[in-house]
Design a binder for this molecule. Sequence first.
Ligand code: GLY
Ligand code: MN
Ligand code: MN
Length: 431
Amino acid sequence: MPDTRLDDLQQAHIRQLQKAYADILQQQGYDAVLISSGAAPVRYADDQYHHHQGYGHFLHWTGLAGIEHSWLLIDRDGSARLWLHTPVDFWHATAEIPAEAWTQLIHVEGQAGTGVPEIAYPERLAVIGDPAQINTVKGQVNPPALLAALDHLRIYKSEYEVECIERANAQAARGHKAARDAFLNGASEFAINLAYQQATAQREVDAPYHSIIGLNDHAGILHYQHYQIDSPPRARSLLIDAGCRYRGYCSDITRTTAAPGESRFQALVNGVESLQQRLCDAVAPGADYVELHHRTHLGIAALLKAADLVTGLSEEAMVDKQITRAFFPHGLGHFLGIQVHDVAGKPRPSPEHAPALRLTHRLEPGMVVTIEPGLYFIPSLLPPLLNGADGQHLNRPLIDELKSCGGIRIEDNVQVTDSGARNLTRPYLPE
Ligand code: GLY
Ligand code: MN
Ligand code: MN
């Protein structure tokens, strides 16, 4: 059945892009910009290709994540023309020319070859894409000022984009529920990943990032990249950080589950959960994301104190002495959109005490951010703390008891609205 509401939103989104691109091209003195979809490179010394997920500028207009060797030309009046790669090929399926509502605004035609469409280009042409794939095109390749303006545009999501991110959340939420059930039934990391894929009806390569699925101590590896085939003898915890793509737009959700009987770890999970909810509630226009990150550290300090993991120090001292940083070494979150770590997050550099922070904006309506506090027992970060000047403040027996639970992260996707915020994850995944 046609989704006319989404079609209408998409057309409004494209109209906004047409106007914004026209303004930027005129301001910067270009007649047109040619945008490459990109294409997966071949693996070194092999005849197999990497998997392609589309580049941001191309997806901003089309949402066509799996398309390669295609080209989009935007004129200085905002009119758009798409050449979709439609080779005659008996090895692979060929893309169909779409018959969707957005093609009323973007003229689409097929092209058998992989090269730049052979048309007469205007004189002042900018070309955007992977330099290795566009370096023979006559035009200004990836001009920095143009890229900066187009990246800035992506900070403010249209209603259509927020709807796509919300649908990507609904889809991923089904996977998170299935993953939790699988864990509670004793599944391995590998089997939990299968349960996630089954429930989301999404191939792993099409996900916005490699799903992070860690049992026990693997939950303490921030971007754990493997799946153990066998279940551990005693499963104590699950951390799953996994998302979906919907029409090119990403969700990025994390949940942590304590096994039944893990009451101490469960108490910490509850503490991170309530901190995470307070931080989500603090998202609003004007809120300074760097300040929210600092507030997260104070919240982690309060949890460490309440759990008796750190004793004899005030919360501020724990932050100043960088004790909280050993337990929470990443940033509070980032922009989310076409890319999981969406562009233009840092108008100012990350502060010295938070080098991993990917977002330093004061929040504004239209932004979509993640809120993802964590508390981990990371083998490489704890010994310097335990053996350093503040080692006497750390509860070693308790750390030893909890470290094989790995860690906790809880992550939602949040839209900044005119008056506050809207959580795009919780309606689909309340806990
Ligand atoms: N999934 C990676 C992240 O949360 O940033
Ligand atoms: Mn994230
Ligand atoms: Mn994540």
